[in-house]
Ligand binder design. Structure first.
Ligand SMILES: NC(=O)c1ccc[n+]([C@@H]2O[C@H](COP(=O)([O-])OP(=O)(O)OC[C@H]3O[C@@H](n4cnc5c(N)ncnc54)[C@H](O)[C@@H]3O)[C@@H](O)[C@H]2O)c1
Length: 266
């Protein structure tokens, strides 16, 4: 019997794949048989993930650039398809909470607001545009997966610019799912539970993490990067051939919890 999670022969691209969730996603796709292009603004990070991908036996390509630059995004997607073949899977993972996360809304500077919109929404928009154009040109059935946030499921005081930018990513996802469906391109969004990646671990207080852990319905543990990566694998493979325009969480029920503590950062 064929394995529906087998991605052998498919080229994938993971933006911001040099660290955190993006690295786990790149490795999970590679272990399922995909060849993986990894973009990152930090060259050593992209190269380190590519070494790990190659260790699984798959091809890897490190692409260095800032996904806030639309021309660079177009070039990187072109380079990925030239080297690895037609793009079948694209995971738009670049994002950031921003330097003012957990500050009261009135203290957010316009500069910090536009950084968060650029870093979360424009990166996803530019990436979707370049990836969809390549998939349409190459006439492949493609899958685009945008990494969003659980903070879009409820009001997120002190994170309004981030929550708003990620909510716009969800709407972008639903809209593109309809617009790109005639081209056989599926578009979905995912979000992790709070995961102690670099930016998040540095930001959160120990008391908050303790209270958060205790509030999580399924298991009482924070999410691991691999939890989200498994959800991405489901959406990338043929098991989800009939799923498009959806927003799915892998958070152990964390965002449903009525005892979730208010965000507290250093
Ligand atoms: N960690 C969490 O708890 C959490 C929760 C909800 C959503 N998310 C989302 O998940 C995604 C990944 O988060 P993470 O925690 O793994 O982050 P991270 O900071 O650990 O890793 C992000 C990677 O993206 C790269 N990057 C950042 N901006 C870039 C840009 N403009 N161009 C190219 N590369 C860039 C960084 O160099 C880094 O390697 C983000 O979209 C984030 O908003 C994370």
């Amino acid at each position: 019997m064929t394995d529906p999670t087998n991605l052998t022969g498919r080229a994938a691209l993971v933006t911001g794949g040099g660290a955190g969730l993006g690295r786990a996603i790149a490795l999970t796709l590679a272990r399922a048989g995909a060849d993986v292009a990894v973009t990152d603004i930090v060259p050593e990070a992209a190269h380190a993930t590519c070494e790990l991908v190659r260790a699984t036996g798959q091809s890897a390509l490190a692409l260095i650039g800032d996904m806030r630059d639309p021309h660079r995004v177009d070039d990187l997607v072109d380079e990925a398809t030239r080297t690895l073949g037609p793009l079948r899977i694209a995971v738009n993972n670049v994002g950031m909470m921003g330097e003012h996360s957990a500050a009261p809304f009135v203290e957010w500077t316009p500069r910090a607001m536009s950084d968060v919109v650029a870093g979360n929404l424009l990166t996803a928009m530019y990436s979707c545009r370049a990836e969809a154009a390549a998939m349409i040109r190459d006439r492949v059935d493609g899958v685009i997966i945008n990494v969003s946030s659980g903070e879009t499921t409820r009001p997120a005081p002190r994170l309004a610019p981030y929550g708003a930018a990620k909510a716009a990513v969800n709407h972008l996802t639903r809209t593109l799912a309809v617009e790109l469906a005639p081209h056989r391109i599926r578009v979905n969004a995912v979000a992790p539970g709070t995961t102690l990646t670099r930016e998040v671990e540095a930001a959160l207080t120990a008391d908050y993490v303790r209270a958060l852990r205790a509030s999580i319905p399924l298991g009482g543990e924070l999410s691991a990067p691999e939890d989200l990566a498994d959800l991405v694998l489901f959406l990338a493979c043929d098991l989800s051939a009939h799923t498009t325009g959806q927003f799915l969480l892998s958070d152990n029920g964390a965002f449903l919890s009525r005892s979730r503590p208010p965000l507290d950062t250093h």
